[in-house]
Design a protein around this ligand. Structure first.
Ligand SMILES: Nc1ncnc2c1ncn2[C@@H]1O[C@H](COP(=O)(O)OP(=O)(O)OP(=O)(O)O)[C@@H](O)[C@H]1O
Ligand SMILES: [Mg+2]
Length: 251
């Protein structure tokens, strides 16, 4: 790893401590009113929002470090239930712009109510119950980061609907994210995976990003020994499909 890269990763790493202090302070104020004094409902609402966004920042810092680890080809395998990973990714995505929906997603008790809640937001979740409950041993932060980035893009560029399909085929976990937006002309199918590349904005999409998401997704997928494919054309929406081997390569 280059010296500059180490310095940048160390800076990102050192953000973790002050962020943890902020998080702990907020949690204390919210949960220990006998020590810190009573809060009004309005104060609680603001503090909860600040806490959620502090946690989101912590996630982003961890994501940034995860990319660094990925460049070194390291995998961090853990066992988790697929439902937890999907729910966590969805809450993170919605909490940013629409915290009420994030709250409702968190409160969903089963897959059926979650699907109905998401459908209201134009997101069709297509997954079978047995898979939803299945346990996987994979690099969970990487899979979460992939899902979050692909879904965020699709929700940003969709016209009416996004479909998230998750399945298992021939020893691979398969994730496909399809939207019905403007699509990506074939001439850009390779370049959109380059850092900082963004297509000419036609003004159809008001939210600007940095052109880093897909470049990161590709690195993470490849480091897990998987593949990422894109099917799209001008005016035809876009479908990103990820296949992750269930027996990951040795790190
Ligand atoms: N689902 C999609 N439909 C249409 N264009 C897309 C889609 N996903 C990505 N793109 C195009 O690819 C470009 C790169 O996407 P990428 O996720 O890397 O960056 P971004 O979303 O612009 O910014 P960020 O760094 O916040 O993710 C986008 O700017 C957009 O032009
Ligand atoms: Mg993006």
């Amino acid at each position: 790893m280059g010296r500059n890269r180490i310095k940048i990763d160390l800076l990102i790493h050192d953000l973790k401590v002050p962020l943890s202090v902020i998080e702990a302070g907020l949690v204390s104020m919210l949960t220990r009113e006998e020590k810190y004094g009573p809060l009004t409902d309005k104060q609680k609402k603001v503090l909860k929002r600040v806490l959620r966004n502090t946690r989101r920042t912590i996630t982003l810092v961890n994501d940034a470090l995860e990319l660094g680890r990925s460049r070194e080809g390291r995998l961090n395998l853990t066992s988790f239930q697929l439902s937890n990973l999907i729910e966590q990714s969805l809450v993170e995505i919605f909490d940013y712009a629409d915290s009420n929906t994030a709250e409702r997603i968190r409160a969903c008790k089963d897959l059926r109510t979650l699907k109905a809640e998401l459908a209201r937001k134009g997101l069709k979740l297509d997954i079978e119950e047995p898979l939803w409950c299945r346990q996987y041993t994979l690099d969970q932060p990487k899979v979460t980061q992939i899902l979050r980035n692909l879904l965020t893009n699709a929700l940003k560029y969709k016209r009416n609907e996004v479909r998230l399909w998750i399945g298992e085929e021939d020893g691979f976990l398969c994730i496909s994210v399809r939207d019905d937006g403007e699509g990506i002309p074939e001439m850009y199918h390779e370049r959109i995976f380059e850092c900082y590349f963004q297509m000419d904005q036609t003004g159809s999409c008001p939210v600007r990003g940095h052109g880093l998401g897909l470049a990161g997704v590709l690195i993470l997928v490849e480091d897990m020994g998987g593949t990422l494919t894109l099917e799209s054309g001008q005016g035809r929406g876009a479908e990103f499909s990820v296949k992750i081997p269930l027996a990951p390569p040795r790190s």
